[in-house]
Write a protein that binds this ligand. Structure first.
Ligand SMILES: Cc1cc2nc3c(=O)[nH]c(=O)nc-3n(C[C@H](O)[C@H](O)[C@H](O)COP(=O)(O)OP(=O)(O)OC[C@H]3O[C@@H](n4cnc5c(N)ncnc54)[C@H](O)[C@@H]3O)c2cc1C
Length: 486
């Protein structure tokens, strides 16, 4: 059935992109996905919303016409669009405003002390903004909120998964730093959710955000059916803006890359792990990255010291003394510049295979040996160039939170380890997938598996929320909790 979009067009301030009317623009949207795997999908339309009322009109139009809805902004996930859906494209609602003066947002800090009222500088971020957009506005004021490590990530999509990055050790995960959500529900109602308004929805949105990651991991924990994946996550509506708490940072931090030879890689990574453990300093964060290219893998450690470069230099020289890198490109740099320095490692538009990875209780010597053994057995560079294995430090502030404050099941994890496989030759897809899955599986013996009563509790909580805010399961184009399930 062909849908007549003219009633929606008449009331939108944004625009509708249909393949039949503008094939070129339609293809441009399709080609905007980070992962080329989904580019064979044919959504029914892209609605480029320009305001909250556009989002309301589009949701109501889709519900009335029984059209599938997808929500996207930065298009980094495989849920950005699907066959036949109307895609609510938030990329134009991307304003970022930073309140540096008033310190006027009063909130209860869930992480520091549930009883104390704080005031904070805040950033109000449109749901279409990317990590780089936010950093560019906050960092020049010496302020930051903890976001993901790739500047092209969509802030809303990322936050709704909990969100971990270079600043997690210092400030917790991203969802923990949300002060307010603005949400359009399935009935087209616009709700603000904070501690001052719809506090239940707010607390639960936070818990749900963090709980999503929890639940997406259950299938692996149970090792049974695919179907559980599709019951794992629940969106309550379309988030149109998010207010974040900001934290002060120096104008320049100390950050950059250390490079090691492949033969010394495992021992260097073991020493770096020991160093992070011994220092137990939340300002230190490391991403150990094995990047595959021709002629062979590069062994990299992205190092961040989130304090004055002077203090950081002493700490860094201790580390380089112990690990003897071939090259040291760590220097004083504004945080936003540091944050986007590794974007080249995950170029857009490749065919990617990205298993979830493992949140490791402990990065053991054996775990590091498994990783380097996988590197030595990796398929040849011509079929997997631009792939990487990431080993990212967690702990710090995240580890200090209690289950009550933060249901993120991996908060006790020391490192998050996973593979991002770029498939250069589609004929090699199965070989690459099998390599990544085997590596993931071998490391899973050290991984935290969310299961048991806690996981069931989060799942039930999601179901209750869906029953209240989306009883007809309008928003199900992502891994989903079915509000009608028994
Ligand atoms: C290169 C790369 C690097 C990554 N790095 C990290 C990292 O450092 N840390 C980390 O924790 N994760 C990381 N991720 C995972 C990332 O957080 C998820 O893929 C996330 O879903 C991406 O969101 P997006 O907005 O960029 O993508 P999109 O595809 O635009 O959105 C993803 C999904 O989120 C939902 N969504 C998006 N916006 C809204 C909204 N406004 N309202 C309601 N639902 C919405 C939709 O279901 C949508 O399908 C990374 C992913 C990639 C591809």
């Amino acid at each position: 059935m062909v849908t007549d979009f003219s009633p929606l067009k008449a009331i939108l301030s944004g625009s509708i992109i249909l393949q039949t009317e503008n094939a070129e623009k339609y293809q441009e949207k399709i080609d905007g996905s980070w992962n080329a795997t989904i580019r064979t999908c044919k959504p029914c339309a892209f609605v480029k919303v320009a305001s909250v009322s556009d989002v309301v009109s589009t949701v109501k139009f889709c519900v009335k016409n029984e059209l599938e809805i997808c929500v996207c902004a930065a298009m980094n996930s495989e849920f950005a669009y699907v066959d036949g859906a109307v895609v609510i494209d938030l990329s134009d609602i991307n304003s970022v405003s930073v309140d540096v003066q008033s310190k006027g947002f009063r909130y209860v800090d869930r992480l520091d002390c549930p009883c104390k009222i704080y005031q904070s500088q805040v950033a109000v971020v449109g749901a279409g903004a990317k990590v780089g957009d936010v950093d560019a506005k906050t960092v020049p004021h010496g302020l930051v909120t903890p976001l993901g490590s790739y500047s092209g990530l969509g802030v809303a999509g990322f936050t709704l998964l909990g969100g971990t990055g270079f600043l997690t050790r210092a400030f917790g995960c991203t969802a923990d730093n949300v002060l307010e959500f603005e949400i359009v529900t399935a009935t087209g109602e616009v709700l603000k959710a904070s501690e001052r308004e719809n506090d239940q929805l707010f607390w639960e949105s936070i818990l749900v955000s963090i709980g999503m990651m929890y639940l997406t991991m259950i299938p692996r924990a149970r090792m049974d059916s695919e179907s559980i994946v599709h019951e794992a996550e629940g969106r309550m509506g379309v988030v149109t803006s998010i207010t974040f708490k900001l934290h002060e940072i120096p104008g320049h931090i100390l950050g950059g890359e250390l490079y090691y030879s492949i033969s010394e890689g495992a021992s260097a990574y073991k020493a770096i792990r020991d160093f992070v453990r011994q220092k137990a300093d939340k300002r230190i964060s490391v991403y150990m990255m094995l990047h595959f290219n021709d002629p062979g893998p590069q062994v990299i450690c992205r190092f961040l010291f989130l304090g004055s470069p002077r203090d950081g230099e002493a700490i860094l020289s201790e580390l380089t003394e112990k690990t003897k890198p071939l090259e040291n490109e760590v220097k004083p740099i504004p945080f936003d510049q540091f944050q986007k320095k590794a974007d080249w490692m995950v170029p857009r538009g490749r065919t990617y295979y990205t298993p979830l990875g493992n949140f490791l209780k402990e990065l053991t010597d054996d775990g590091i040996d498994i990783i380097f053994d996988a590197v030595s057995k990796a398929p040849k560079p011509s079929v997997m160039s631009d792939s990487n294995i990431y080993i990212t430090s967690l702990g710090g502030k995240l580890q200090e939170t209690t289950d009550e404050e933060n249901p993120f099941p991996f908060k006790k994890a020391e490192f998050w380890v996973g593979c991002v496989v770029a498939v250069q030759d589609r004929n090699a897809y199965e070989e690459l997938k099998s390599w990544a899955d085997t590596t993931d599986q071998k490391l899973s013996k050290y991984g935290i598996l969310p299961q048991g009563p806690e996981a069931e509790k989060v799942h039930n909580r999601l179901k209750n929320l869906k029953q209240r805010y989306d009883p007809e399961n309008v928003f199900h184009q992502n891994v989903n909790v079915n509000p009608k399930e028994e």
